[in-house]
Design a binder for this molecule. Structure first.
Ligand code: XMP
Length: 516
């Protein structure tokens, strides 16, 4: 086990992810729980995360001193490097104090000395791209340390105490913009800490099943299925852990893609033989969405109504003590602030709001630390069919947030047809798996066209396709124009109500993936 000590960085989970990718099990604990975790877990190494705090700032968090006395390797990342330096007798100064701005974004460092962290990866004299994000910096390192790499803005870009196996990096090796970052972390956990690197999703499955049994005992659990991959994987995993103590409720809001509801029902009832309550609540949702234009109002209404219907079904089925959700890490980070107040709500994701408080139930969220592609890997591990697991992500509020303006049944039907054609073309071109998410959006704009000899005055449909690894950032998928022309032609010819098709060329940021 590797212990990851969290100082409140937004990307701490990415560290855990890189450690998992290196085939090593890790556990994240807040810095306040690190001393206990050190005693209980007996980790082979420690990674200290970054933080929005400033080491010289009053009341800023510290690592328990025992971590440095335990005789195990420590890797400090950004704030982790600075806090380690400060606690071991060096000096850190804030950017404000030195009058120098920090370094943010792409930077290049030069390797000045070999160390075990770089073994087999970086050589003296080489330059490597890294990702920086810091205002403060180390100005004097603690005794025992040496500089092993420098950058323009950080003379102590990487410091090492080879004897104690303590390493400090000013940059962020956990983000994808540090191309060798994953390999550096793998080097630390395997080469420096001596972890075997044989941990797999099968292991995760076993660990989680044991945890779920432990948490739930012989109590009853209820799980709301949205039609998407996440809640389905969570439900199948929990069912494997506790069998028929689990009740699944599929709240069908009528905002799913073409054929999706049937797929969920046959997967659960047919493939897994998991009892399922399927509630068609589309009338309720459509009625409530009348006249609702504001995106957040839509999200809130759908989230709340989902809860109402779910609660109703939960009561009917005799109630439960625990509520299971397929919450993933990106849902957590985009909806709430981990540090208590500094985060901003971009969108209210409907799968993390309100329900637990209202129903006074404890949560079972076995996927909370995973990213989408890891959930897919777990789904495969659990035997879910590839067509289901490999499906593009789909938002909880469904087609409603792909219909800017008022949502009506008729508009949903139009969009569903266009979306199905678009996805069909993508599959036929063999591009489905190369794309993170592709979908059509029905715009509240009508334009003039000519079909046959007649004038048309119909809706505009926008097509979106992005690549991403975690949904947190995304790039536009570069279709060739032949593909887009052919797809646009098919949509206009086959879908009554659409007479014009446009392609969305916005990355995230500044755009978001969904339009609302
Ligand atoms: P955005 O639009 O925020 O989307 O860039 C990032 C990813 O999250 C999905 N998404 C949601 N998923 N409930 C979900 O389960 C939601 O309310 C929700 N809103 C957005 C979106 O499809 C993309 O994959």
């Amino acid at each position: 086990t590797i212990l990851i000590v969290d100082f409140g960085s937004q990307v701490t989970q990415l560290i855990a992810r890189r450690v998992r990718e290196a085939g090593v099990y890790s556990q994240i604990v807040p810095f306040t729980g690190a001393a206990d975790a050190l005693r209980n877990l007996r980790p082979k190494g420690v990674i200290l995360s970054g933080s929005p705090a400033s080491v010289p700032g009053e009341g800023s968090p510290r690592a328990p001193q025992e971590l440095f006395d335990a005789g195990i390797p420590v890797l400090g990342i950004c704030y982790g490097q600075q806090v380690m330096t400060q606690q071991l007798g060096g000096e850190v100064r804030s950017g404000r104090e030195t009058g120098e701005g920090g370094e943010f974004g792409r930077a290049f460092l030069t390797v000045t000395q070999q160390c075990r962290l770089f073994d087999g990866l970086w050589q003296v004299g080489e330059r490597h791209q890294v990702w920086m994000s810091h205002g403060d910096k180390v100005t004097r390192f603690a005794s025992g340390f040496e500089i092993v790499a420098i950058s323009d803005g950080a003379p102590f870009a990487v410091i090492a105490d080879e004897e104690r196996c303590f390493y400090g990096v000013q940059f962020h090796p956990e983000v994808v913009h540090t191309p060798d970052g994953g390999r550096l972390i793998a080097n630390f956990v395997r080469h420096v800490c001596g972890c075997a690197g044989d941990w797999t999703m099968a292991e995760f499955r076993r660990t989680k099943i044991a945890e779920i049994r432990d948490q739930v005992g012989d109590a009853k659990v209820i799980c709301g299925l949205s039609g998407g991959v996440d809640s389905a994987v969570a439900a199948v995993l929990i069912h494997e852990a506790i069998g028929d103590q689990l009740t699944c409720v599929f709240v069908d809001h009528g905002l799913l893609r073409s054929g999706e509801a049937d797929q969920v029902v046959s997967l659960f009832r047919g493939h897994y033989n998991i009892p399922l309550v399927h509630r068609d609540a589309s009338v309720l949702f459509m009625n409530g969405l009348k006249g609702v234009i504001d995106p957040e109002a839509k999200r809130k209404f759908i989230g709340k109504t989902f809860i109402d219907v779910f609660e109703d079904e939960a009561k009917r089925s005799g109630g439960a003590d625990f509520l299971a959700q397929g919450t993933l890490y990106p849902d957590v980070i985009e909806s709430v602030s981990l540090t208590g107040g500094t985060g901003v709500t971009i969108k209210s994701h409907h799968n993390v709001g309100g329900l637990p408080e209202r129903m006074d139930m404890q949560l079972v969220e076995p996927l909370r630390e995973l990213f989408k592609d890891e959930v897919r890997a777990l789904g495969r591990e659990l035997g879910l069919p590839e067509v289901f697991v490999g499906r593009h992500p789909f938002p909880g509020p469904g087609l409603a947030i792909r219909i800017p303006g008022e949502v009506t049944r008729e508009r949903c039907d139009i969009l569903r047809k266009a979306d199905a054609i678009y996805l069909d073309e993508i599959r036929k071109a063999g591009l489905y798996d190369a794309i993170w998410q592709a979908f059509a959006v029905l715009l509240p704009v009508r334009t003039v066209g000519v079909m046959g000899d007649s004038r048309t005055y119909d809706n505009v449909c926008a097509l979106r396709a992005v690549t991403s690894t975690d949904g947190m950032t995304a790039d536009v998928y570069p279709f060739d124009s032949g593909f887009l022309t052919a797809t646009a032609t098919r949509i206009v010819n086959e879908v009554a109500g659409i007479n014009r098709v446009v392609y969305d060329y916005t990355s995230k940021p500044p755009g978001t993936i969904e339009w609302e």
